[in-house]
Design a protein around this ligand. Structure first.
Ligand code: FAQ
Length: 327
């Protein structure tokens, strides 16, 4: 199927130097790579891994907030949260479609998620304990997601870059609804302010971890940046996020739970305290507080949706047969 699929039995690529140089020249010239173009197997695999992980994150990411839809405190808040969670489902679908253009099926990707072979963002393994968590997720988690995803609109792979344009517009709206929710709590009663401060204390460090390991420990960054899949390193994006978020917390009168957070005039950004990477890796490896529940919920949805997939296929087959008979 792929003219570039020159993988030996040992799993190693055998693409020629000339082929790789020609491909790199296209990337360097900012050409978009499209599904039918020849591409190195490593490029294809990197995209399947990243886009698949990204799609799973959107779908699993519906669960922590979905948990609060029936308990939203007003109709306005309920409508906004319902729409946000639906948007996340939509993002997952665009991303699965973008990954499918690389020759991987939705079934294969789902199987990898359910067996723990494919990752999803660490952030969704934390519980949503109070209503304020919904505001904080919008403000911080969508805020971090946008910081990471705006550059993906310029990703070298066309279908991924195009999918990200709409995703980013919607994430930006999500971030604002989250910040507005935090404003009403932070400027509300002392109990409401304490509730949003508690949520901020719990979500700050996991949000900072969303950007992935420090650059020195990021195994994929160098190659992904050379292929212009990633445009900024994990640490660069984390720094941009912190610099944008500190003044927002100050405006709300909330404290970020990092005593080492200080403006550094020389670098023109904030210094921050050490990140607990042992927690990050524990969560990434499936030992997060909600990891078991998240996979259980996805497995239940996949199993219980089997009849819908079968019915949709049977319907499509019937239509195809009817069309053939009419021709
Ligand atoms: N969680 O070498 P790197 C959202 C893994 S969407 C889990 O630096 P890379 C929307 C990484 O996969 C949030 N695993 O990797 C929303 C790799 O393992 P592998 C998701 C992580 O790919 C909002 C290993 O560590 N966004 O929030 C994490 O160059 C609100 C080494 O790392 C995306 O997926 C992590 N945080 O950089 C929904 C964006 N970080 O695969 C609902 C697209 C790293 O070799 C509510 N992805 N790992 O087994 C990316 O930009 C990149 O993949 C990074 C990681 C930056 C996440």
């Amino acid at each position: 199927m792929y003219s570039q699929g020159l993988i030996g039995a040992d799993g190693r690529t055998t693409e020629s130097e000339e082929f790789l140089a020609r491909f790199q020249a296209r990337i360097d010239a900012e050409e978009k790579i499209e599904p039918t173009d020849a591409m190195p197997e490593g490029y294809r695999r990197t995209l399947v891994r990243q886009i698949g992980q990204h799609a799973h994150s959107e779908i699993v990411g519906m669960l922590p907030e979905g948990n609060w839809i029936t308990r939203a405190p007003s109709l306005r808040r309920k409508a906004a949260l319902l729409a946000k969670v639906q948007d996340e489902g939509g993002h997952g679908l665009y991303l699965y479609c973008a990954a499918e253009t690389l020759g991987v099926s939705r079934e294969e990707m789902t199987e990898e998620l359910l067996t723990g072979k494919a990752k999803y963002s660490s952030i969704f393994n934390y519980p949503t304990l109070s209503w304020a968590d919904i505001g904080i997720i919008g403000w911080l988690v969508d805020g971090a997601a946008i910081m990471n995803q705006i550059p993906l609109c310029r990703c070298s792979y066309g279908p991924y870059a195009r999918a990200m344009i709409r995703v980013c517009k919607e994430e930006s709206f999500h971030q604002r609804q989250g910040y507005e929710l935090c404003m009403s709590l932070a400027f509300g009663t002392p109990e409401q302010k304490a509730m949003v401060q508690d949520a901020l204390n719990r979500w700050w460090w996991p949000s900072i971890m969303m950007f992935g390991p420090h650059d020195a420990d990021s195994q994929h960054s160098d190659q992904s940046m050379a292929w212009k899949i990633k445009r900024f390193s994990n640490d660069e994006l984390r720094q941009k996020f912190i610099d944008a978020t500190v003044p927002q917390a100050e405006y709300l009168g909330l404290t970020l739970p990092d005593p080492d957070l200080k403006w550094n005039e020389e670098k023109g950004g904030y210094d921050h305290g050490p990140i607990d990477w042992s927690e990050f890796w524990r969560v990434v490896k499936g030992q997060g507080p909600m990891a078991r529940d998240r996979i259980k919920a996805r497995k239940k949805a996949w199993d219980e949706g089997a009849w819908v997939r079968e019915a949709a296929l049977a319907h499509a087959e019937k239509r195809r047969a009817r069309k053939m008979a009419a021709e």
